[in-house]
Design a protein around this ligand. Structure first.
Ligand SMILES: [Zn+2]
Length: 259
């Protein structure tokens, strides 16, 4: 991409953001990789190449062999604890605070949007802040539980009944949280502009969520390293680093010195 082409794409994106009354961001693993969290659905990335996510991160495996699941998620839990939001997360939080973004719909379970200061966050794949006992359904906040697990590697158990605790993250083969998906659909139904950042749009339902809004005339900005199947329907496609492009857009909309 030539530099002046990139500049004109960025300016076009800034103008779309300034002129939209309702903008929603949809984020995927690519927004958190600059924070050091690997995309655990792509089996070939570093740490995860020893595991097939279909084999370890599925509900079936969890039911039959929670130990195996917890061995797999152990390094990820540690990385999530140690990660900090990067400039892409911060840019979206700034846009929301200034009234230029209605909210973030994310495929990530790392809570980095929360930690960056975003408020309206719909986590399609759940999160690790809570866990539920598979036997008695008691729900636990995981602050101390995750830390103990990171230290000991032992499968977390329910203090009431001894049942295994399952993080409230959506495993493969598991239903998505219905209310979250509905809220995401509602948010998108009234949006005039979507920003898809760091998602290759290969995982359903994130992949198909933008379609009704697009059909209703919403504009679309895509910032992602690799092409997506919606590139041809987007108004602006930038194949670049989210942690560079999103802050540039936020600065363009809000001014550099705006918090
Ligand atoms: Zn229990």
């Amino acid at each position: 991409m030539k530099l002046d082409d990139l500049e004109s794409l960025l300016q076009r994106a800034i103008s779309l953001l300034k002129n939209s009354k309702h903008t929603v961001a949809l984020t995927g693993a690519g927004i958190s990789t600059p924070s050091g969290i690997p995309d655990f659905r792509s089996a070939h990335s570093g740490l995860w190449k020893r595991y097939d996510p279909m084999e370890v991160a599925s509900l079936m495996v969890f039911r039959h062999n929670p130990q195996k699941f917890y061995e797999w998620i152990h390094p990820l839990a540690q990385q999530i604890r140690d990660a900090t939001p990067n400039p892409a997360h911060v840019a979206l939080a700034r846009l929301e605070k200034a009234g230029y973004l209605d909210g973030v719909i994310t495929q990530n379970i790392d809570a980095l949007h929360h930690r960056a200061g975003s408020h309206v966050i719909l986590e399609l794949h759940g999160h690790l802040r809570q866990a539920t006992c598979v036997s008695c359904y008691e729900v636990y906040d995981t602050d101390g539980i995750m830390e103990a697990f990171i230290q000991s590697g032992e499968v977390p158990r329910c203090v009431k009944c001894g049942g295994v605790l399952k993080p409230n993250a959506v495993l493969l083969g598991e239903q998505l949280p219905y209310e979250v998906v509905r809220s995401a659909e509602r948010l998108l139904a009234k949006c005039e502009l979507m920003i898809i950042a760091g998602s290759s749009l290969q995982v359903v339902p994130a992949a198909t969520l933008p379609i009704p809004a697009l059909n209703a005339g919403a504009k679309l900005i895509i910032v992602n390293h690799t092409p997506t199947y919606l590139d041809e329907r987007a108004d602006v496609v930038i194949h670049g680093d989210v942690e560079t492009v999103l802050p540039y857009l936020a600065d363009g909309v809000l001014g550099k010195n705006h918090e």
